[in-house]
Design a protein around this ligand. Sequence first.
Ligand SMILES: Cc1cc2nc3c(=O)[nH]c(=O)nc-3n(C[C@H](O)[C@H](O)[C@H](O)COP(=O)(O)O)c2cc1C
Length: 202
Amino acid sequence: MNKILILFAHPAFKRSTINAALRDGIEGEDGITIHDLYGAYPDFFIDVDYEQRLCEAHDIIIFQHPFYWYSTPAILKEWLDLVLEHGWAYGSQGNALAGKYTLQAITAGGDGASYRTGGTNGHTIGELISPYRATASLCGMHWLPPFVVLGVHRGLPGVIVNGHVERYRQAIIALRDGRVNYQEAARHEYLNSNLKAIIREP
Ligand SMILES: Cc1cc2nc3c(=O)[nH]c(=O)nc-3n(C[C@H](O)[C@H](O)[C@H](O)COP(=O)(O)O)c2cc1C
């Protein structure tokens, strides 16, 4: 069983709809640690030793957040800047994260058509999150495509939200239980483009 760490970043969690729903769907599951960064560090004073021990104790690290200005809420950048130290995360002696898997779980206001070359956002989600991919690579981690929920601005109907919650839950449980075909997953734009193609049934 893989141990999963979810680094959850939402600066206005009380007003969250979709991230709160996605998080509720996996809360309390065995082997899954949900670490709320804004809850733990409202003043941004990140406990680097604690975060590093937490990462060491898990096999898969997931950054879950709303898309803010084509990127992450600010605390995730602070987390990367402080926690991924030379000699721990990278450099000739820095291999604490090597071999672990990582991905982002992103919710975004824009829809699928807008995240295309020539669309209103001009770039794909994959292009916009390339710093995370490069960071994972530098740290010797295996990067997986993001789990993505798009079109949130339109106000998603409950039935659609429930579908995303269920698919997020399926994906996280399958990652935990070692039922994700990583090679197949790497061929898809999003982890949830076609979950059936990448997850083996229990
Ligand atoms: C400060 C801020 C910046 C945002 N930037 C983007 C963006 O760059 N692209 C996008 O598609 N949506 C953007 N949004 C919309 C959020 O991604 C959307 O409200 C969020 O995913 C909804 O999730 P929640 O219900 O958990 O809050 C932004 C929202 C805020 C408040």
